[in-house]
Write a protein that binds this ligand. Structure first.
Ligand SMILES: Cc1cc2nc3c(=O)[nH]c(=O)nc-3n(C[C@H](O)[C@H](O)[C@H](O)COP(=O)(O)OP(=O)(O)OC[C@H]3O[C@@H](n4cnc5c(N)ncnc54)[C@H](O)[C@@H]3O)c2cc1C
Length: 278
């Protein structure tokens, strides 16, 4: 197995373009190292990116919070800027893995690993986040909701990386917030399912609602049909049997070693009901 350590971002793209076929970018290494150990990654080249300072840090502009792809969970959890501007986002990530993992795992690696169980993705989806994708000759912005195309599949091109995550500064403002990660235990756990939500009520009616599910489809996604059904409804008059029916059409949970399909359906319905009513 070959490892490369670029000296700069242009050098990273030079190396990447010289390598034909599949390659990996080592950010925090918390997923890659497990995959190497388990023989999932065998001979594919690995390019270290974790020392490239241009890809680190949290910055603000007038309307946007920009989180560099290599920003770690520890940095996110401890950021004064996020505590002030996006406290729901920050607090929700405190349940990520364990304190040691939080010092290594990066936000960009969590998204690019493409796991349906990634903690950050449902949160970023309800916050209408975008990704900044970097390649040798251009930077493009895409909505996170348009990034995934299938199980561990996304629109990232061969020599393109996630450079940064962009979140509107007012994304949480005026909303009731909800995030539940259900796992076998509190820490060091991969989610059985996750629900993130934002809702805004006016005169007891749902004026706006955003719900995203993790680990319930082949990739995390917004539940747009359910959002449409709920918008405008008086929360005391919602027919929850219809909510359950729509939910069961919008999610396609699997049975695996963590839990079965029926459990995932029932718990996700219970969480969504509790989010709507509380
Ligand atoms: C014990 C343990 C507990 C865990 N707990 C959780 C948990 O609670 N919640 C959770 O969501 N995850 C968890 N994980 C998974 C993992 O820690 C996260 O997915 C982490 O954020 C991955 O980031 P990384 O920087 O370590 O990625 P890496 O391992 O460095 O890379 C992961 C993948 O992303 C690609 N990649 C990395 N950065 C980029 C980039 N900028 N552009 C393009 N591709 C890129 C790599 O090529 C690779 O395929 C856990 C893992 C372990 C081992």
């Amino acid at each position: 197995m070959k490892f490369y350590k670029p000296t700069s971002i242009p050098d990273l793209f030079r190396i990447s373009e010289e390598i034909e076929g599949k390659k990996y970018f080592l950010a925090g290494g918390t997923d890659i190292n497990v995959q190497i150990k388990n023989g999932i990654i065998k001979d594919e080249p690995v390019i270290f990116i974790n020392h490239l300072n241009e890809l680190k840090g949290i910055k603000e502009s007038e309307d946007i919070i920009l989180i560099g792809t290599l920003t770690t969970y520890k940095e996110i959890i401890e950021s004064d800027l996020l505590r002030k501007v996006l406290p729901f986002f920050q607090n929700s990530l405190k349940s990520f893995a364990s304190p040691i993992l939080q010092t290594m795992a990066t936000i960009g690696g969590n998204i690019a690993n493409g796991s349906p169980t990634a903690d950050v993705t449902p949160l970023l989806l309800v916050l209408d986040a975008k990704l900044k994708l970097f390649s040798k000759s251009r930077i493009r912005e895409v909505k996170l909701s348009e990034f995934f195309t299938g199980y561990k599949e996304f629109i990232l091109k061969a020599n393109e990386i996630i450079g940064a995550i962009l979140i509107p500064k007012n994304a949480e403002t005026g909303f009731d917030t909800f995030f539940e990660k259900v796992g076998s235990r509190k820490s060091l756990t991969i989610a059985k399912l996750e629900i993130a939500g934002l809702k805004r009520l006016k005169n007891n009616k749902i004026e706006e609602i955003k719900i995203a599910a993790g680990a319930l489809n082949e990739y995390p996604r917004r539940l747009h049909k359910l959002e449409e059904f709920l918008t405008g409804k008086d929360i005391d008059r919602i027919d929850f049997s219809q909510v359950e029916e729509i939910l069961n059409r919008e999610i396609t949970p699997i049975s695996d070693l963590r839990s079965d399909k029926e459990y995932r359906l029932q718990v996700s319905f219970n969480l969504i009901q509790s989010f709507i009513l509380n």
